[in-house]
Design a protein. Structure first.
Length: 68
């Protein structure tokens, strides 16, 4: 994971950052949180980034191999 992504993830998880560059961020790690975040986003007049946390196992085969 790139360093910037790690720092952003840490900030969201550990210190509760909810705004990045002035844009509100809603984090959703499960179905209920996703529904809440999307309702919030669609009812807002401003910009909201919705971060959907997904398991990495489904993406393991998508990683580029050095020989390709």
């Amino acid at each position: 994971m790139p360093a910037a992504t790690q720092i952003f993830a840490w900030a969201l998880n550990e210190i509760g950052v909810r705004f990045v560059f002035g844009v509100q961020v809603a984090r959703a790690a499960n179905r209920a949180e996703c529904q809440t975040a999307l309702k919030q986003a669609f009812s807002s007049e401003g910009t909201i980034v919705t971060e959907a946390v997904v398991g990495e196992s489904g993406y393991n085969n998508l990683v580029l191999k050095p020989n390709k």
